[in-house]
Design a protein around this ligand. Structure first.
Ligand code: ADP
Ligand code: MG
Length: 470
């Protein structure tokens, strides 16, 4: 195979591997220029893309290309002259996702007038329908952002700025209590302020309403109502699985809205590929925009949330007690809220004299049942599940070979050990034929960084975690 063919194949593989926004913005127009013995020269349209590819995405691209070409390669990205009319200064100041969103809006707007959706359609101010009241507390400014939810948060903001044009649909998935409903409703609040017709609904309520509409022979009304939305937010969409009429109806609603660039945002407790009883045509619709997840928050963010709640409720809790709360409730924010409420109640009972010992007793009461029910994950099972999920042999993961795929699998296993077990860096290195702690640290950082934009990596990691839970 010649170098140019290798690039073409690698390019199409990357299209599948990276999330759509990343691929379209940075890689879509990247073109083969030439190659020498060891280096590929690839042309891109601006220096922004060059920097992004040369730094953040370099390993992904190199790995894909190396796998196709059958040997390790280096890549040099170069700005193609004809595209070099960018406004770099303003772009540099923009956060990535805003940039992505604008870029996409620009592309789509070529067929449309330059105004945004809500400018084009002026209509009388609308209040949300009474059944769909949004929780006033679920706003963007009350949402704490860190690396475990940043992509999702930025995507939600981009949507709130350009409903219908940034990502459509946006599908947010993740475990309970991690802020999916909060983000859906935050989008809802922001869109209501733009006088858009917002419908927030859970898929269960959608089903119940449909059943009632069929019974009372008013399905046409039911349809009109949902199809009048500018922004349709459907929570807990996983419950739609297996319900044929609901799926059928939702499919048509989805298409009707999508055709007119109305925004659709979905939340689910799992990735669409894990919804076993979902129609394939819906699955492909659900994954046709941006699919992104929310993960548990780390200690600092849990503390930030607790401090926010303290200020809002005008309660005082000693920092040491707050620290204990943050340490105990690690799996999700709903749990954190539960523990926090207990502590606040206790503080009110003792008229603010909640000392550490007393708080510890309260927390123990809360903690006990769940602590015992969760078996510990061992480094061995992590290696085994990583290998199994990624179709490798255990011996390959702990062995010496360093091809792209094996190396990344090894780094994923290291990353998971660091996150899920108490093993130290040197101990982790020990599981991989005595690699040094710096190698382990490098591997973990690498994965953490790639997770920020490589959604297929996030999916694979989530799959491994899922299998570790069973
Ligand atoms: P989910 O829909 O994912 O089950 P919710 O959105 O209902 O979770 O979140 C549960 C609670 O935790 C809510 O009170 C929500 O406001 C809060 N919460 C979750 N994530 C965050 C976050 N990152 N920052 C602030 N509050 C959060
Ligand atoms: Mg929810």
């Amino acid at each position: 195979m010649n170098a140019e063919e290798a690039w073409t194949i690698a390019h199409s593989q990357l299209e599948l591997q990276l999330d759509r926004a990343t691929f379209e913005t940075w890689l879509k127009d990247a073109a083969f220029i030439n190659a020498d013995q060891s280096t590929f020269f690839i042309g891109v349209k601006n220096s922004y893309a060059r920097d992004m590819l040369q730094h953040r995405l370099y390993d992904n691209v190199c790995r894909a290309l190396g796998n196709v070409y059958g040997r390790d390669v280096a890549i040099q990205f170069e700005v193609l002259k004809s595209h070099n009319d960018e406004k770099k200064a303003t772009q540099d100041e923009m956060p990535l996702f805003q940039l992505l969103a604008r870029q996409q809006v620009k592309e789509q707007d070529e067929d449309f007038p330059t105004q945004s959706l809500h400018e084009r359609i002026s209509r009388p101010s609308k209040k949300p329908l009474p059944d769909y009241e949004l929780n006033q507390r679920y706003t963007f400014d009350r949402f704490i952002v860190n690396s475990s939810n940043r992509i999702t948060y930025e995507a939600a903001r981009a949507i709130a700025e350009n409903p219908g044009y940034a990502y459509n649909p946006l599908m947010i998935y993740g475990g309970v209590g991690l802020g999916k409903t909060h983000l859906l409703q935050a989008i809802g609040h922001a869109c209501l302020q733009q006088n858009l017709q917002v419908i927030y609904i859970s898929s269960e309520v959608f089903t119940n309403e449909l059943v009632a509409a069929i019974r009372e022979k008013r399905t046409a009304m039911f349809r009109d109502r949902y199809r009048s939305a500018d922004v349709l937010l459907v929570d807990d969409i996983q419950f739609i699985g297996g319900k044929d009429s609901t799926q059928e109806e939702f499919f048509h609603t989805f298409n009707a809205l999508y055709t007119y660039n109305k925004q659709i945002v979905l939340a689910s407790d799992r990735h669409p590929s894990q919804m076993k009883t979902l129609d394939d045509r819906l699955r492909s619709r659900f994954t046709g925009g941006l699919v992104t997840d929310v993960q548990p928050l780390e200690y600092e963010s849990r503390m930030a949330i607790l401090e926010m709640w303290m200020l809002e409720r005008h309660v005082q809790v000693e920092p040491a007690v707050l620290h204990m709360v943050a340490e105990r409730a690690t799996s999700n924010v709903r749990e954190l809220e539960g523990v926090f409420n207990q502590i606040v109640a206790e503080a009110q009972l003792t008229r603010g004299r909640l000392n550490q010992t007393r708080a510890a007793t309260t927390l123990d009461r809360f903690d006990r049942p769940r602590h015992h029910s969760r078996p510990k994950v061992t480094p061995e099972t992590i290696i085994e599940m990583t290998a199994q999920t990624l179709n490798l042999k255990t011996s390959e993961i702990i062995g010496k070979r360093r091809t792209g795929r094996i190396n990344q699998a090894r780094q994923i296993a290291m990353f998971l050990m660091r996150e899920l077990t108490d093993a130290s860096l040197p101990q982790i290195g020990g599981y991989f034929g005595g690699r040094s702690h710096t190698t382990v640290l490098h591997g973990c950082n690498k994965i953490a960084e790639e997770l920020e934009y490589d959604t297929s990596l996030r999916d694979r990691l989530n799959q491994i975690k899922e299998s570790l839970r069973q």
